[in-house]
Write a protein that binds this ligand. Structure first.
Ligand code: ZN
Length: 199
């Protein structure tokens, strides 16, 4: 396979990029300044080496713990539980939430073999046990898997039998059923946070 086809194949595997777009990208790159293309390749080459999951919350970071976990101004009494690191970016962009996060790394999908052991659920329970968190905000998407995961987490947190168990809440208002956190606007996300309900 020649270099053009190989790079086209690389691009066409990216989310949301089809073969046509991939060809357009390779053609575009060929016409760009060599320094830009080299820097692009370097950034790509060192991406996984530089950016790792935070050892506390699981979001992508260059420094460990991440800037959110290590910021003393964040409210450590709240942990917002999300499916993926990009959900942290979405919630951060809306700018009102000042607590901490916990990235699950997926949702429970028993049919696809994704059970509790495949997600960062035990690390979350360990965090809850060893900290003075008073509220767990479950911000998984309002899909069947998101709801199942939220219910499971609520059950696990109840079963910890803590003397002062944290309140467990779920984002509700505004996110369309079956919707995705990543694609909702700031105002809707803001309403979802304010209108969150207790289990
Ligand atoms: Zn972190």
């Amino acid at each position: 396979m020649n270099a053009f086809d190989e790079l086209t194949n690389n691009f066409s595997r990216l989310p949301g990029i089809g073969k046509k777009s991939a060809i357009r990208m390779v053609n575009w790159l060929l016409k760009q300044d060599a320094a830009y293309v080299q820097k692009f390749a370097q950034n790509l080459g060192s991406l996984q080496e530089k950016i790792k999951p935070c050892s506390v919350c699981g979001t992508w970071t260059e420094s460990d713990p991440c800037p959110i976990c290590s910021n003393p101004l964040r409210d450590s009494s709240q942990i917002c539980v999300v499916e993926q690191p990009q959900d942290v970016s979405t919630i951060e962009a809306y700018g009102e939430y000042k607590g901490l996060y916990h990235v699950l790394g997926g949702l429970l999908r028993p049919l696809e073999g994704i059970g509790p052991a495949q997600l960062a659920i035990q690390p979350l329970m360990a965090r809850i046990r060893s900290s003075e968190v008073t509220e767990i905000i479950i911000a998984t998407n309002p899909t069947v898997e998101g709801d199942t995961t939220a219910l499971y987490l609520n059950k696990m947190i109840t079963e910890l039998n803590l003397p002062q168990p944290p309140k467990v809440t779920r984002l509700a208002t505004g996110i369309p059923v079956g919707g995705d956190l990543e694609y909702i606007d700031k105002r809707t996300l803001s309403l979802s946070f304010r209108g969150r309900s207790e289990f």
